[in-house]
Design a protein around this ligand. Structure first.
Ligand code: WTA
Length: 591
């Protein structure tokens, strides 16, 4: 017979509900970074009325600069596509380095010995913890390795790796030397990898022999080998041994990570490259209405400030907290809220290699219990899938360490929201439903855990500096509760700056600024209720959102007609209980 566990005494305050609105516990607001709704309103107002003052102050408080900027902001949304000038610039003339901000500046504080990354492997016995000092030395060494292989400021590096600490190490090493990383999701196909390497003209690829996924080894190096035939820009491949499967290594081109890192001449400090605030930081490919994936380019200063401040203000991160974002770093959520936002704050960021249901459907809840995770950030699709498997799985675990729960990637239906609230949060955790996009760099519409009340299914309110409008097709504003298109009328610091290979921002203009001239078109449907709460209602363009992953119908049609037997194809989304949307393909075959 199983021994009965003693009931756990839960001392966390309750979230108060009044008329369908949920309020952060008073204690949370009092101790919070943003102390309640009035403080949010005051700060928001300032960010809109005096953006340069507001963001200038935030940039001084949250970021270490080698040189202060001359001007906080310059922008023009009206002439995009005509001239070769950027449509927005933040912290003009400012100089900084992202890896310095994420690592070096913590080493002179007590955080030096704090866990930066806690990693849980797919196999339960595999765990690693890297302190800020340890992460710093790994990043410095790998940055030296990259320099040794001739990678310089402005060069592009594709990173095709699973969820292991070497992935953020490789990213941070790139930022240290000013190389622009392009992380490609490790489950992508050879074709998807090839087109991204070609578009970015990467000089190097960093990968692993294989990855583990739900008990299987997936051969990544093999995909890289297949891709390389069509990618002449690549001179160097560095391979981390994760699974120990046999692979081909081409002498002169392919190098083992562990051998490179063991060399005498890569030891020691790597001087960070002094970067301009507007220098590109990374490229991340995402699907859009056009058939080809778009290489979204983010820059250094504005992006870093946006993810740093939003991480702190939205999740109300405290120094003793363990934060866990369950996304894959191959998506923007992982870039901004596993790597850059948390590390710039000196936070402890949890990383998990596998999937929520391996080896059993309680893996998420087990990890939360094992590590005493305080803030958990995941996707509605994962919640819906886990909800269907019943409450016994979460109820087996002590989840009382949790304080804040987040969701991202797609609209969350009230039923899943309430399940998250009751079964996972035990009615004591604040839920932050965060709306944003690869293009926005960081969260733009969201509650703040300590300050903004919530309604199940609504992403609540705009973040600092964000001015949303909901408009009809003719551009006029919608009425209360009337659905329309969500547009943004002002720039925010984390906004993308270009699309890779887009001369004069022609594509930027076509995709984002021509539907409603002068305004950024999000492609999302939205409505505003009587309390001013924003309700995101899914895409209203040819993009479908399957399990929180953005897919373009045109891209899928393109893949289908690429098959010799297919004459025509049309792809649409349909509502799906677990995945949010499913894919329906209509195909006519050749005679
Ligand atoms: C959708 C992911 C409703 C939306 C960060 C957006 C959401 C697209 C939410 C961007 C949310 C993301 N509520 N919808 N909280 N978060 N979306 O680029 O349609 O992978 O346009 O960025 O996801 O997806 P992306």
């Amino acid at each position: 017979m199983e021994t009965e566990k003693l009931p756990i005494e839960d001392k966390r305050p309750f979230v108060k509900e009044t008329n369908g609105m949920f309020h952060p516990p008073e204690e949370l607001s009092r101790r919070g970074y943003i102390k309640g709704f009035a403080e949010y309103r005051r700060m928001y107002q300032e960010s809109i009325e005096r953006p340069e003052e507001f963001w200038g102050r935030q940039a001084e408080e949250h970021i270490s600069w080698y040189r202060k900027w001359d001007k906080v902001l310059e922008w023009d949304f009206s002439r995009i596509g005509e001239i070769d000038a950027p449509f927005v610039q933040w912290f003009i003339g400012g100089k900084l380095n992202v890896s310095h901000n994420c690592l070096d500046r913590h080493l002179t504080t007590w955080r030096r010995n704090k866990a930066a990354i806690i990693w849980q492997g797919e196999d339960e016995s595999q765990k690693r913890t890297l302190t800020y000092q340890q992460l710093h030395s790994e990043v410095n060494k790998f940055a030296n390795v990259l320099r040794k292989h001739g990678i310089r400021k402005g060069d592009r590096v594709t990173i095709f790796m699973p969820m292991i600490p070497e992935l953020p190490i490789a990213m941070l090493a790139c930022t240290r030397i000013g190389a622009i990383h392009s992380v490609v999701f490790s489950a992508f196909s050879t074709q998807a990898l090839t087109s991204r390497v070609q578009d970015s003209q990467s000089k190097a690829i960093i990968t692993t022999d294989a990855s583990f996924h739900g008990g299987r080894a997936v051969e990544l190096k093999k995909k890289v080998d297949e891709a390389l035939g069509d990618c002449p820009s690549v001179e160097t491949v560095i391979v981390y041994k994760r699974a120990g499967v046999p692979i081909d290594m081409q002498p002169g081109r392919d190098f083992w990570w562990h051998e490179e890192m063991a060399a005498e001449d890569v030891k020691g400090f790597c001087e960070p490259e002094v970067m301009d605030a507007e220098d590109p930081l990374f490229i991340l490919y995402t699907s859009g209405t056009t058939g080809k994936p778009k290489g979204i380019v983010h820059t250094t200063g504005g992006y870093l400030l946006h993810v740093t401040l939003s991480f702190k203000a939205i999740f109300d991160y405290k120094d003793e907290d363990i934060f866990w974002c369950s996304a894959d770093i191959g998506w923007v959520t992982g870039h901004s809220y596993i790597v850059y936002g948390p590390l710039a704050n000196g936070a402890t960021s949890m990383m998990f290699e596998s999937i929520p249901t391996f080896p059993e459907p309680d893996r998420f809840w087990k990890i939360i219990e094992d590590y005493k995770v305080n803030i958990f950030y995941t996707a509605p699709t994962a919640l819906r899938a886990l909800m269907r498997l019943g409450d016994d799985w979460p109820n087996k675990h002590d989840l009382t360490s949790l304080r804040v729960l987040g969701t991202v990637g797609e609209p969350i239906n009230p039923e899943a929201w309430l399940w998250y609230h009751r079964t996972i949060g035990k009615e004591r955790c604040v839920i932050v439903d965060t709306w944003w996009q690869t293009e926005t760099g960081g969260v733009l519409i969201t509650p703040l855990a300590s300050a903004i009340p919530t309604k199940p299914g609504s992403a609540s309110a705009p973040f600092f500096g964000v001015v949303p409008e909901v408009v009809r097709a003719d551009g006029t504003p919608t009425e209360e509760d009337e659905a329309g298109s969500l547009v943004l009328t002002r720039p925010w610091p984390g906004m993308f700056r270009h699309m890779n290979n887009d001369v004069k921002n022609q594509l930027v203009k076509q995709v984002y600024f021509s539907t409603f001239p002068g305004k950024y078109y999000t492609g999302d449907a939205c409505k505003v209720d009587e309390d001013g709460f924003l309700w995101l209602m899914g895409r209203n363009d040819d993009v479908i959102n399957v399990s929180g992953h953005r897919l373009s119908t045109a891209e899928i049609e393109h893949a289908l007609v690429g098959h010799h037997a297919v004459a025509e194809a049309a792809v649409v989304g349909f509502p799906h209980e677990v995945k949010g949307q499913g894919i329906y393909c209509y195909v006519t075959l050749r005679q």
